[in-house]
Write a protein that binds this ligand. Structure first.
Ligand code: G6P
Length: 611
């Protein structure tokens, strides 16, 4: 978490840094800060968002052609002015910004304390600033060497940018575990946690690898490892469009991203599903498909919404490809001494490609000799670089903290993978395979027709704005959708919500149902339809409010439910891709009507790079 930016060149750094930080606020917004280099280094920082920083800095000297900036998601120390980055070392020699966690910071702090160092904040970052300064002042070393030596003493993760008072025309950047991208301009360089702050200035980027250190002046970039091995920078072309990261007339990124699902699903399947040829082709994992076909089982690892997509994947792979699947929270999996066989496929799912637990679980699985695949949205992120092979979701940048289009893109990729493997294994009939291919192509139109009910969904959402609790139910393929619906509501509206398999309701949650409880039920026509109709009756018998997502033309549930949202018919394997959309919109409108900040909900961050 935390977003970092940097600039060195001939332009004024301040506007570039502020704009960049706003683009990175999805990574945390507890505090913001900036350091600008002139004759000395000026630091402006405060609790709150980047807009608060702008007010805080207004009227001050904000000139400078070199600068660094930070937007924070608090780990060590509460969100306040003192704990905001940048941090200066005690004697002011170094100013640093940091994304990640220094795990051995308390030991280092004690040692530095014994040598007379005092600390103004509770952060691990200030400890690192002082460690660099201590090494610098103690020996006859350059700023760069002091940074590299300090990093050899550090346990943990960092994306780090450092300014030293004695080398005023230089920025030093380093990465281990937390992402850092360098944009290469003409006589200028840009640094950021991801490419979104860079895209409007240059399309040439360098993604730092773990243990890389970049020593940057306005006309030169030297890349080496922290152990001083020289590296040749690999400059890549950025596949990102500025329009993709703007709101494009929508009030919130979340709403824009919900509406983008008509095109994002198309982008995910484009070139991969051919109706003419009647085939699915996934170039990124083509060579690995035989391993998947022969796999003993598939272990899916993920967090949050990606974990819910993984649950849909379990149904898909078991149904279409007859491969046993386990879906694991990455954070539990990695600390559990899991049994992983060489002929297992471990499949990591992540929108950002930076989630610390998922990344660590991948490393563990690789050590066990399993084939590790990835499904990721952000091109060039850490997870796709760590896995043996993978498939990008190509949903475009997702900025809203609550994941929407990434979920449908992940489920689409999982469905394509399961179809491909199922066909190769001969457990999916030609007829069903072709039917799924055809259905896939109809999805964008069907999503469009759901989105056209936007006003109606807004009206029904208004009825539940004051509800303190909500329940979400679904069966089979729609059980993970119930979990996802509940997560969407709780994360952006702060209403307590639970998702359950509809039949499990009888084993506890039914006790919660009374006339105040809205129960959102995914109840489209599939093989459990009759059963879910009975579950709806059970809720109504206890005076619960039922809001059901049903197949177009369903009259049975319409008579029983308080509200229905009708969605076009599709096959049950792809139904999660449609049923989730009304749930996304309902959460969005309830949160907006409650006055919540839907794009930046409290305490959350989009990219969780801490464990
Ligand atoms: C955070 C985000 C969620 C996301 C989860 C996993 O909690 O707020 O939206 O689902 O991380 O992130 P990933 O990038 O690995 O999919």
């Amino acid at each position: 978490m935390c977003g970092i930016v940097g600039y060195i060149g001939n332009r004024d750094a301040y506007p570039i840094l502020v704009k960049g930080l706003k683009r990175l606020e999805y990574r945390g917004y507890d505090s913001a800060g900036i350091a600008l280099r002139n004759d000395s280094t000026q630091v402006y920082k405060c609790k709150g968002k980047v807009a608060d920083l702008e007010s805080h800095a207004s009227g001050s000297d904000i000139t400078g052609k070199i600068g660094i900036g930070h937007t924070r998601w608090a780990t060590h120390g509460e969100p306040n002015n003192e704990n905001a980055h940048p941090h200066k070392s005690m004697n002011g020699k170094f100013t640093i910004i940091h994304n990640g966690i220094i795990e051995n910071y308390s030991l280092l702090k004690k040692k530095l304390g014994k040598r007379g160092y005092k600390f103004e904040s509770d952060t691990d970052t200030e400890v690192l600033a002082n460690l660099i300064e201590y090494i610098y002042r103690k020996g006859d070393v350059t700023a760069e060497l002091a940074v590299r030596l300090a990093l050899t003493k550090v346990v943990g993760a960092y994306g780090l940018v450092v300014i030293c008072e004695d080398t005023p025309h230089q920025i030093i950047a380093a990465r281990k575990g937390s992402p850092l991208v360098i944009g290469v301009g003409n006589g200028e360089y840009f640094l950021a946690s991801d490419a979104t702050p860079i895209v409007e200035y240059t399309q040439s980027v360098i993604y730092l690898n773990d243990n890389d250190v970049a020593i940057i002046s306005e006309d030169e970039l030297v890349l080496k490892t922290i152990y001083n091995d020289k590296l040749t920078p690999h400059i890549q072309n950025l596949e990102l469009d500025i329009d993709q990261i703007e709101k494009g007339g929508y009030e919130h990124f979340m709403l824009k991203e919900i509406f983008e699902q008509t095109t994002s699903i198309h982008d995910t399947i484009r070139g991969r599903i051919s109706v003419q040829k009647g085939e699915v082709f996934l170039g990124g994992i083509q060579d690995i498909i035989p391993n998947v076909v022969d796999a003993r089982r598939i272990i899916i690892i993920a967090c949050g919404t990606s974990w819910h997509a993984g649950l849909v994947g379990e149904y898909l792979f078991e149904d279409l490809a007859r491969i046993p699947v386990e879906v694991e929270y990455a954070s539990e999996f990695r600390y559990r001494n899991p049994i992983i066989y060489k002929d297992d496929i471990v499949l990591a799912i992540s929108q950002s490609g930076e989630t610390a637990d998922t990344l660590a679980a991948i490393k563990l699985a690789k050590k066990s000799g399993a084939t590790v695949l990835g499904i990721c949205n952000v091109v060039g992120a850490s997870i796709p670089r760590e896995t043996h092979a993978g498939v990008y979701t190509h949903a475009g940048p997702e900025i809203g903290v609550a994941s929407t289009k990434a979920f449908t893109a992940q489920v689409s990729v999982l469905a394509m993978m399961a179809m491909l493997v199922g066909r190769k294994k001969d457990c999916l009939s030609e007829e069903k395979y072709i039917n799924l291919i055809n259905e896939f192509y109809k999805l964008p139109e069907k999503i469009k027709s759901i989105l056209e009910q936007d006003n109606y969904i807004k009206e029904l959402s208004a009825k539940y704005v004051e509800s303190p609790n909500a329940m979400y139910l679904g069966r089979g393929y729609l059980f993970p959708v119930a979990l996802e619906g509940a997560l969407k509501l709780k994360e952006i509206s702060y209403i307590h919500a639970e998702g359950y398999p509809a039949a499990e309701m009888k084993h506890g949650p039914i006790a919660l149902i009374d006339e105040h409880m809205p129960v959102f039920i995914a109840a489209t026509k599939d093989k459990s339809y009759e059963k879910i109709v009975s579950n709806i009756q059970e809720v109504k018998a206890r005076k619960g409010n039922v809001i059901a997502i049903v197949t177009e033309g369903d009259t049975v549930i319409k008579e029983m439910a308080d509200y229905v949202v009708e969605i076009p018919e599709t096959c049950e394997e792809l139904a999660p891709l449609l049923t989730v959309i009304p749930f996304q919109l309902i959460s969005y409108y309830i949160a907006v009507l409650r006055g919540c900040n839907v794009d930046q909900p409290r305490n959350l961050a989009k990219s969780v790079t801490v464990e």
